[in-house]
Design a protein around this ligand. Structure first.
Ligand SMILES: [Zn+2]
Ligand SMILES: [Zn+2]
Length: 403
């Protein structure tokens, strides 16, 4: 079966008419621009757009179907110019009865399913036009509502503090969802975790892991993605892959080294120190404050069943990649040159030789891209909402790019 590169968590900034959908997302992040970016620059063949329940976005989708630019497929999903399949999705925030917020992704085969779900959820949220709204339901009830509209349901960025199942709601997803946990085929790891960390939790043994970008701007699409083995790039095949049916499956995850994620280690809200001691860290090592944002690594170690990851046979490899945006010295100009020369960011990151890269952007940047590919760039760990950074090593001295 053919392999497809899929990023299943991309936000929309504005509708085509200019209405805000996600305030913090870039203005040019429209439904159609996402499809173009995936098809022409990123090499992504299936993209989950997760702000589709917003009525102005539904209007955009209807206009694109009418014009023939998007074609509903037999097995679900919309095909854009024969190049990329768009999966219609929605992200909503839930609240547990005893507190605890979390985010969840629902994906829909057909526009009618999405519209029905949008109507129903519209009665629960303050502003249906905006992304990731609080719906006032516990996670289990959102799941049940989504399933009524034939959704595929995936808890989002599962370990992040503040808004996730393991980060904010409980030690076990099966406690939060009860019996309904069996209706969930997959979880999203989030940027600050990888398979090796998540495979320290026993109840995740039989779940599929997704690594998605959670992009709020076009360049960040595909900073994490999944390789799926599918017969065709459709919603039905995606569903089978998450349940691992008839050979369909996630073959590999590509993602950031979790140390680059925004919440990898515990962060002190008083003195802004990012923990360096062995996890779990619950109080600041520098100023003793307990006013901290717990890191994803710290949380996983706190709740882990296993000291070492127990990797099930069905799990594919988790490949680290440092997106070009994180490579020191790669600005917008170099990024464009590279994508024009090699066809997609993926080709630059994984296939181009150092020599070929050097001919396009000079030897210094070429060397850094290759060092990043080989995992040789030293990293500064992220925490408390601040991304980690790749550092440049110069004569044994480590320095931050631009400082
Ligand atoms: Zn979210
Ligand atoms: Zn401190």
């Amino acid at each position: 079966m053919p392999l497809y590169a899929c990023d299943l968590h991309v936000h929309i900034g504005r509708s085509a008419s200019g209405r805000a959908v996600k305030i913090t997302a870039a203005r040019d992040l429209t439904f159609e621009n996402i499809a173009i970016e995936c098809a022409q620059r990123k090499g992504i063949e299936m993209v989950g757009v997760i702000d589709c329940a917003s009525p102005p976005v539904i209007s955009d989708i209807e206009a694109l179907i009418e014009s023939g630019d998007m074609v509903p497929q037999q097995g679900g999903g919309l095909r854009y110019k024969e190049a990329v399949t768009v999966i219609l999705g929605a992200e909503f925030e839930t609240r547990e009865p005893r507190g605890g917020l979390s985010h969840h992704l629902s994906y829909f085969a057909k526009l009618d399913d999405l519209k029905g779900f949008s109507e129903a959820i519209g009665k629960l949220v303050t502003n249906r036009e905006l992304s990731s709204q609080q719906c006032g339901l516990p996670a289990r009830q959102l799941l049940s509502l989504a399933l009524q509209h034939h959704a595929l349901f995936v808890p989002a960025h599962c370990f992040t503090p503040h808004r996730s199942i393991y980060g904010a709601c409980g030690r076990r997803a099966s406690d939060v969802f009860g019996d309904a946990w069996e209706q969930i085929p997959a979880i999203e790891l989030g940027l600050s975790a990888d398979s090796y960390l998540a495979d320290r939790i026993a109840e995740l043994d039989d779940r599929t892991f997704l690594s998605n970008s959670d992009a709020h701007s076009l360049p960040r699409i595909a900073r994490e993605y999944n390789i799926l083995d599918l017969q065709a790039p459709t919603f039905e095949e995606l569903t089978m892959a998450l349940w691992r049916q008839q050979g369909r499956r996630v073959v590999a995850n590509f993602g950031l080294d979790p140390r680059l994620g925004k919440y990898h280690r515990t962060f002190c809200e008083e003195c802004e120190f990012i923990a360096a001691a062995p996890p779990p860290v619950f109080a600041c090592e520098r100023c003793d404050s307990r006013k901290v944002t717990l890191g994803v690594l710290d949380r996983i170690v706190q709740i882990a069943d296993y000291d070492e990851p127990q990797i099930p046979d069905h799990r594919g490899p988790y490949q680290y990649q440092i997106p070009l945006q994180f490579v020191p010295g790669v600005g917008a100009v170099a990024l464009n040159k590279l994508i024009n020369a090699f066809g997609s960011e993926m080709a630059v990151l994984h296939n181009a030789t150092q020599r070929e890269l050097g001919q396009t952007v000079g030897t210094k940047i070429a060397r850094l891209i290759v060092q990043a590919r080989e995992g040789k760039l030293p990293l500064q760990v992220g925490g408390g909402g601040r991304y980690g950074k790749a550092l440049i090593e110069d004569n044994g001295q480590v320095s931050l790019p631009g400082l």
